[in-house]
Design a protein around this ligand. Structure first.
Ligand SMILES: [Cu+2]
Length: 171
């Protein structure tokens, strides 16, 4: 999802210092460095070419696509499993009952199924992902709408038995 923003040095500077977020953002920071570099060269070239002609030097920075740069990644890790309760009933679970993100965040959920047969379903975002036993599965999507959405396992009766949780997407 791209959000159109005006490039400004304050905003770009903030993002450059924000290395703690991780690889994805760090790679984008390179893009900002190059972007600023190219912009500076462009401005110097413009001023240079027009220096002898008394050109209008009102500096209006061009608009650039900043959406991918500002997108932050929210990572979650959970397990899914099934156990048998003391009274002999099947009890399937996800280890996380809630995930909270902001609209526009890229959500990355790593799910490891440690017992039983499960999937990860989130209808409003078109996701139904099988989770084979003991094999981490990464589900990734952009939370492009606000609200509370239920994720669940679609295997027979698992949702009704409590294998579900809520993704909350805030403005
Ligand atoms: Cu299940």
């Amino acid at each position: 999802m791209n959000v159109r923003r005006t490039l400004n040095l304050h905003g770009a500077g903030y993002t450059i210092y924000d290395y703690a977020i991780g690889n994805h953002i760090a790679m984008n920071n390179k893009t900002i460095f190059w972007g600023i570099g190219i912009l500076v060269v462009g401005i110097l070239a413009f001023y240079g070419l027009n220096a002898g002609r008394g050109a209008d030097t009102t500096g209006v920075l061009p608009e650039v696509e900043m959406g991918a740069i500002n997108e932050s990644v929210k990572e979650f890790t959970m397990t899914s499993w099934v156990e048998t309760t003391a009274d002999g009933n099947m009890s399937p679970h996800f280890s996380l009952g809630e995930m909270r993100v902001k609209k526009g965040d890229r959500v990355r959920i790593t799910i490891t199924n440690t017992a039983g047969t499960h999937d990860f379903s989130l209808d409003e975002f078109g996701i139904r992902e099988e989770t084979p036993l003991n094999e981490p599965v990464v589900v990734e999507f952009v939370a492009d709408k606000t609200g509370s959405f239920e994720y669940y396992c679609s295997k027979f009766n698992h949702r009704a038995l409590g294998q579900k949780g809520t993704l909350v997407v805030e403005e």
